[in-house]
Write a protein that binds this ligand. Structure first.
Ligand code: NAD
Length: 266
């Protein structure tokens, strides 16, 4: 037992639903789930790559177009996966876009809203679609992909950071709420992973010069490592999934600053 929840030791024969499954971390989690014997509904708004990856992985997967901001699309995708694979045991809310680089003071409301809609509200949409059913069955696991940017605040990544702190907070609440209903929750907080995330990195304004020209994710770790860590986290019902030990001092610094503020209160 961990967090009061039954452990999902066997992934074999389970049905999983992964968003942002066409590429990067979502694809690696899908591959790890398939290797562990699960059937996976792979969803993404990028349909061609999704269909190609699903065809490569075979009949343990199905490919379904889903924009995580589209609630009707969520309902349709749920119906299809349940018809073909049965009830969803494992939900992975992973879809995301690269950060818009720029200070909050200069950020357009449209950029901010878009980031929150995809990463934070998109994660809630997944929870809204599947969590109650899992709770009723007293079984299931939900993985939400946040980021190290959900634990450490970084200048010029304001919308991304706000969305990821939101995903961490949402996951902590969900973990506390779902434990007594037999459902586990993990929040994945990676550092740099070698994916396509930054391929579309932009500044918030035309002509902004500080958007990196090369893919900064190129030096990141292999997404397959993250996929395997997520499988372990599901099996052991680990709330926090940390991929990069080197960020520990920065997280500790933030927690120390927070605790120091309590020392100044009477
Ligand atoms: N790569 C990293 O270093 C890193 C670090 C921390 C967190 N993350 C997070 O990991 C998650 C996956 O990113 P990745 O690095 O694998 O990038 P990626 O670009 O390789 O994959 C993201 C996938 O999400 C899909 N997607 C984007 N918006 C969508 C939407 N509205 N609906 C459905 N699908 C959508 C994309 O089409 C893409 O296939 C993201 O949430 C990202 O913020 C990545």
């Amino acid at each position: 037992m961990a967090g009061g929840t039954r452990l999902m030791e066997r992934i074999e024969g389970r049905t999983a639903f992964v968003t942002g499954a066409a590429s990067g971390i979502g694809l690696a989690i899908t591959e790890a789930l398939v290797a562990a014997g699960a059937r996976v509904a792979m969803t993404d708004w990028h349909v061609e790559e999704l269909a190609a990856q699903s065809a490569r992985l075979g009949t343990a997967t199905l490919a379904q177009r889903l924009d995580v901001t589209d609630r009707t699309g969520w309902a349709d995708a749920k119906q299809r996966v349940e018809n073909e694979f049965g009830p969803v045991d494992i939900l992975v809310n992973n879809a995301g876009i690269g950060p818009t680089i720029g200070t909050l003071a200069d950020m357009s409301p449209e950029s901010f809203d878009r980031m929150i809609a995809i990463k934070l509200t998109g994660t809630f949409n997944g929870v809204h679609t599947f969590a109650a059913d899992m709770g009723e069955r007293g079984d299931g696991h939900i993985v939400n992909t946040a980021s190290m940017a959900g634990l450490i605040a970084s200048p010029k990544l304001g919308a991304y950071t706000a969305s990821k702190f939101g995903v961490v907070g949402l996951s902590e609440v969900l973990w506390a709420e779902m434990a007594r209903r037999g459902v586990g929750v993990s929040v994945l907080c990676p550092g740099m992973v070698r994916t396509n995330l930054a391929a579309n990195l932009t500044g918030d304004h035309p002509g902004q010069s500080d958007a990196p020209r090369d893919n900064p994710m190129a030096d990141g770790i292999d997404p397959a490592i993250v996929g395997r860590q997520v499988i372990d986290a599901i099996r052991n019902n680990e709330l926090y999934v940390i991929t990069h030990a080197q960020y520990r001092p920065l997280v500790a610094e933030r927690v120390d600053r927070l605790l120091a503020a309590f020392d100044t209160t009477s």
